[in-house]
Ligand binder design. Sequence first.
Ligand SMILES: NC(=O)c1ccc[n+]([C@@H]2O[C@H](COP(=O)([O-])OP(=O)(O)OC[C@H]3O[C@@H](n4cnc5c(N)ncnc54)[C@H](OP(=O)(O)O)[C@@H]3O)[C@@H](O)[C@H]2O)c1
Length: 299
Amino acid sequence: MYLIIFICTCLIILAILSICAQQLHELQASVLSYGKLNLHNNKKPTTNWANQLSKLVVPKHYFSHFYVIGLISAIVSIVELISLSYFKKPLLLIRLLDLYDNRTGSHHLSQQQCSIGLTLITCHLIRRVYESFWIERPSKTATMHISHYLIGIGFYGAMVLGSWLEGLSNFESLHQQTPVDMMALLAISLFLYASYHQYKCHVILSSLRSKNEGYSIPRGGWFEVLVTPHYFADILIYLSLNILYRFQNYIMICGLIWTAVNLSIVSKETQTWYYTHFSTEKYNQAFPHGRRKIIPGLY
Ligand SMILES: NC(=O)c1ccc[n+]([C@@H]2O[C@H](COP(=O)([O-])OP(=O)(O)OC[C@H]3O[C@@H](n4cnc5c(N)ncnc54)[C@H](OP(=O)(O)O)[C@@H]3O)[C@@H](O)[C@H]2O)c1
């Protein structure tokens, strides 16, 4: 229970902090921007502390670490849960949870929901590992703030844990398997649909790098209607997981809130970046009229 409360609190505080950081010039200039938003960034820190803070960066292609570490934690989770439900033998992670935490709040999700959720998250992480190493062509100069790096690692670990923590007690006995219900089928379909489109967006972005290392305006697929369709797909992925858990998984609800808030902020910054980085003429030529930032027809 303590871990569930801790993860939810961290995610909500982070969402609030990123909204605040967007309003504060010093934090926006030093911490918030990453990747292309950091290059040719007009917003430079003006105070010494913010200037020092802005220097704590790592290469942006370290994004791949999030997915590798997330995938390792997903594999560990799968082994732990198999050992618990089939052999009645808790391994290290669950033993530690039993030692330092309690089982309150770990009954309300079914074993089936948790198994499907963990499988979907594992598939997501496998795809992102594949894309990070074999599809994307990250620039060698782009950076992100160290706080982004730490949050990214924590986030995927939290989502993996969140997929089963609130149903852990139901893994202690093997339940009779019931047929997958309509909500689960809807969630799986939405997950697959969003994953496919996110993959396509990442392929389009990588194709822009076939000629040079710089940045161009992406076209095709969902880029015709949105500035950052890969972020929209990410939101749909966390929405699909929440549908699977019927909005009863507190960690997953907080994960969706954090993703929607964080990516909406980055999406707004991205649109501004395209405006300032390309001439109005090129922007108007290349960007289809009425293109939204992240939510089709809305925002
Ligand atoms: N759940 C969450 O909280 C969360 C948070 C962040 C990201 N994500 C997900 O992680 C994925 C990657 O996110 P991101 O923020 O790194 O996306 P991004 O900034 O759009 O970058 C994705 C890749 O495309 C390249 N790229 C972007 N715009 C380009 C352009 N105009 N021309 C040429 N190349 C371009 C980037 O190169 P550079 O190497 O130069 O950047 C990078 O390799 C997304 O699908 C996102 O949904 C999730």
